[in-house]
Write a protein that binds this ligand. Structure first.
Ligand code: NAD
Length: 355
């Protein structure tokens, strides 16, 4: 039976396919952008240079200092560059960090942003912006940060190394898993989430075997788009909260933390979210969702333990207390002892276990 629901969709324009970066100029023209500032990380400046050549006069310049967690100080520098160049729009070429910078600029200027994602993390379809200032991360949701167009071009993902492929892919999977049991989920999102889990579940192991497998890369990018859409529309729960706490408190890397935690939080929520579990099991072709996700991580050679990521064992109790501080929707109520046992297993790298 279909449960009552509210369905929300944000305006989006997605251009998907091999070689579609060639259409960036046309997308900017459609938006009336005549001088675009190109954004990248220092590591991806070659891509920004290539796009500058491609765009000719439509490229106003490059700001190649995008940084993890979107520090406000970097955004201010980018804003100054934008103003000095007289840019009237921007293009984010990269992963969640670069797209985060693009969103921070969109929020401050209301100029159009085109996102060209090169990982699977999935910031491009969401209204979420997380920014850091003075060591604190503040997250907000506002449609003002949404890219006006998103170009998914598989060619830009071929350089993604196996480690980042695995962890940003599982980061995307986490959006779909939580969307399936979100308190505000709906039938459309459930379709997208299940297909997203299936696409990433079948493609990621192929890519790890051969990072140049274009067919699998296209499949993964399609899955990442679906998962990103899920993240943008419905509320995330315990998994995203725990990863936020662990990342913020122990300075653990974002995508790796998501990867380690996902099988464990899935097991924690399993008794309270049987329909979501059935969909994940169907999508992955496994008997138990949490075990399937754990085995998938293993097949990808992804990290399995929080201790590998640098978390101290003494941090387990601190993390539990922080997770318990805020009340938010989660299918299973937050139980101190069960949360502690779950985090202890994740810390040690043990498989998920009911409890
Ligand atoms: P990232 O953007 O930080 O990129 C990691 C590194 O990989 C960078 O050095 C980057 O230059 C490099 N890289 C990216 N694509 C590459 C490619 N194709 N080939 C070679 N190198 C490449 O990593 P990420 O996992 O995409 O993003 C993580 C950040 O995004 C976090 O700060 C997270 O909070 C944020 N995020 C935000 C949302 C949202 O909705 N706001 C969603 C997901 C993630």
């Amino acid at each position: 039976m279909i449960a009552p629901f509210t369905y929300v969709a944000y305006p989006s324009r997605v251009v998907f396919g091999p070689g579609k970066l060639a259409e960036l100029g046309a997308e900017l023209e459609r938006l009336g952008v005549r001088r675009a500032l190109l954004l990248s990380t220092p590591e991806q400046i070659a891509l920004a240079e290539q796009v500058r050549q491609q765009l000719g006069d439509t490229a106003a310049g490059i700001f190649a200092r995008a940084t993890m967690h979107t520090p406000v100080a970097v955004t201010k520098d980018a804003l100054a560059k934008l103003q000095s160049l007289g840019a009237d729009g921007f293009v984010a070429l990269g992963g969640g960090s670069t797209i985060g910078l693009g969103k921070a600029l969109a929020l401050r200027t209301d100029l159009p942003l085109v996102a060209v994602p090169t990982t699977y993390a999935g910031s491009e379809m969401t209204t979420i912006l997380g920014e850091t200032e003075g060591g604190r991360k503040a997250t907000q949701r506002t449609p003002r940060v949404l890219p006006k167009a998103v170009i998914y071009d598989v060619e830009l993902t071929l350089s993604l190394p196996p480690g980042l492929t695995a962890t940003s892919g599982v980061n995307a999977l986490a959006h779909a898993v939580e969307a399936l049991y979100a308190h505000d989920t709906n039938p459309i999102i459930a379709l997208m989430a299940e297909d997203g889990v299936a696409a990433l579940g079948r493609s990621l192991p192929r890519i790890i075997r051969d990072t140049a497998d274009r067919e699998a890369r296209i499949d993964a990018q399609y899955g990442a788009w679906l998962c990103s859409t899920c993240l943008g529309v419905v509320a995330m729960a315990l998994h995203h909260k725990i990863c936020h706490v662990l990342g913020g408190s122990f300075n653990l890397p974002h995508a790796e933390t998501h990867t380690v935690m996902l099988p464990h939080v899935t097991e924690y929520n399993a008794p309270a979210a049987p329909d979501a579990m059935r969909r994940i099991e169907r999508a992955l072709g496994v008997e138990r969702a949490s075990a399937g996700l754990f085995d998938l991580n293993r097949s990808l050679g992804a990290p399995a333990a929080l201790r590998e990521l640098g978390m101290p064992e003494a941090g387990i109790d601190q993390a539990v207390e922080m997770v318990l501080q805020d009340q938010y929707a989660n299918p299973r109520p937050l139980e101190r002892n069960a949360l502690r046992a779950m985090l202890a297993r994740a810390w040690a790298g043990e498989p998920p276990k009911p409890g």
